[in-house]
Design a protein around this ligand. Structure first.
Ligand code: NDP
Length: 456
């Protein structure tokens, strides 16, 4: 007996996420596994005909070369459903019309996701319905707790998938192999050997018309609160017995519970800034506050930096800086592990001792290690030599990886509810300090390096 096609129902299908990330990700999934049977049901208030939606799917999936037959089947079976206001009743009616298992994907701004979940409470949902929710999960700790409580009323936790697509990047998963399969590194992976860690996600992209969501979130909530904190967990957590659930979320939780702001000081441990007009990659970019839909009074930051400390035997005393900015000079998405300098050098070696830095590039996938070596002209003078390798691109985009696991009901790359809440707990004092204007909102020119903080 062949399995029924999965109904991939996207709420907010008219938005940026669906067109730019979800559908192309799905295309890569179908390209690597053409056997998957599904239809994509786009749901939004915006008007679209089935034919327009099918054409969009054809064109987006087609770019991923997922094979004509698989693509045509998905496209012709797909439908557009216009709603008035995403009421629970409208959504249940759409779901009940569908044959086969459904994944209801909330590609909505977080407030709208909360409202829809509240409205679905008390309604009869199809058996076996899977819910997939985008980050940010809620808008603060209390909001995340409320959302988790609502979800628990809708479906059992094993049918809830909280999505953070950074966990679908093979570069991020690469951290596990690099750490736990290299004796050389794992034996040096402690505060005794490591001086500081930086996890950076800088991008050249400016707002690109996303004010509706971004202006109420900002860089801290959009990037640091979920993406970079989860990456930090993989970089710093204890060794799992197996790469599986519940080991990974348990160890992430263990790490997050020990995580505090550097010096317990939300003001000194954080920095926020927003871009002014400038030039990025040869293109003029207006100041953030001049962008369409931005309310300057919200004081939304486009660059956020926070330094944390994990207070356990392995990491106490090691500053871990998470930083992300928009409209910067270069795309730089890396994990940098800075080792301590040698305590002693033999007399006669000159030039100071360069420290070892391990760099794991998240985009593009790259690994590098800087080592001290002698120079080619002077055998007793030290210099830094960089070893590096490009690791190639995965055929699956992060959203392809994530969607495949949701369709297979595998939680490995899903964010567990308590982990989502704990991420908010870590940053809550910073959010409060910024709201109370206790941290100045600096400025940087679009296309600049965004003024790096000196290392702690
Ligand atoms: P958009 O601002 O593009 O919103 C998506 C759609 O939601 C809109 O097209 C709109 O469709 C609908 N919508 C429903 N209620 C509201 C409301 N109250 N305000 C505004 N729109 C509403 O968001 P994105 O697609 O960019 O993001 C959706 C989610 O995905 C967010 O939670 C975001 O954090 C997450 N995400 C986005 C990424 C991205 O790069 N875009 C990356 C990673 C995560 P309509 O009016 O037609 O109903």
């Amino acid at each position: 007996m062949t399995a029924k096609p999965i109904n991939f129902v996207i709420l907010g299908a008219s938005g940026d996420l669906a067109a730019r990330l979800l559908l192309p990700g799905l295309g890569t999934l179908l390209a690597t596994n053409g056997e998957r049977q599904m239809r994509v049901i786009g749901v939004a208030r915006s008007e679209k005909s089935d034919a327009e939606w099918q054409d969009l799917i054809r064109s987006v999936l087609g770019e991923q070369e997922c094979g004509h037959e698989a693509l045509e089947q998905v496209a012709t079976d797909s439908r557009w459903r216009q709603v008035e206001d995403y009421s629970g009743e409208e959504i249940v009616t759409i779901l009940k019309d569908l044959d086969g298992p459904s994944v209801l994907y909330f590609a909505l701004p977080p407030e709208a996701t909360g409202e829809v979940c509240a409205d679905l409470c008390g309604l009869e949902l199809p058996d076996d319905l899977v819910l997939a929710l985008e980050k940010p999960f809620g808008h603060d700790l209390e909001g995340a707790q409320r959302l988790n409580a609502l979800l628990a009323q809708l479906v059992p936790e094993e049918r809830v998938f909280r999505v953070d697509h950074f966990l679908g990047k093979n570069t991020v998963l690469n951290v596990l192999g690099v750490r736990f399969a290299n004796l050389l590194l794992e034996s040096a992976w402690t505060a005794d050997r490591i001086e500081r860690i930086e996890i950076i996600a800088d991008e050249t992209l400016a707002l690109e018309g996303r004010a509706g969501y971004y202006d109420t979130a900002g860089a801290l909530i959009d990037m640091v609160q979920s993406h970079l904190l989860l990456v930090m967990c993989l970089v710093t957590m204890e060794e799992p017995a197996r790469i599986a659930t519940p080991e990974l979320p348990d160890l992430m939780m263990h790490t997050l519970r020990s995580t505090q702001l550097w010096g317990d000081d939300p003001v000194a441990s954080s920095r926020r800034a927003r871009y002014t007009a400038g030039e990025v990659e040869g293109k003029q970019v207006p100041a953030y506050i001049e962008e369409d839909g931005v309310d300057p009074d919200r004081q939304t930051e486009t660059l956020a930096e926070v330094t944390l400390e994990i207070r356990n035997q392995r990491w106490a005393g090691v500053p871990i800086t998470l930083r992300s900015g928009k409209a910067l000079a270069e795309n730089r998405s890396t994990i940098e592990v800075h080792f301590r300098p040698m305590r002693h050098l033999p007399e006669g070696l000159e030039g100071g001792c360069p420290v070892n830095v391990l760099t794991i590039g998240m985009t593009p996938q790259h690994i590098g290690l800087s080592l001290a070596t002698n120079t080619d002209t002077d055998r007793l003078r030290l210099t830094t030599t960089h070893l590096g390798a490009e690791l190639g691109e995965s055929p699956l985009r992060p959203y392809g990886e994530i969607l495949g696991r949701i369709f297979d009901r595998d939680h490995l790359l899903s964010v567990r509810g308590d982990v989502a809440e704990e991420c908010w707990r870590v940053l809550e004092p910073v959010i409060e300090a910024w709201r109370a204007d206790r941290v100045p909102l600096e400025e940087y020119a679009a296309g600049s390096a965004g003024e790096q903080s000196p290392p702690r």
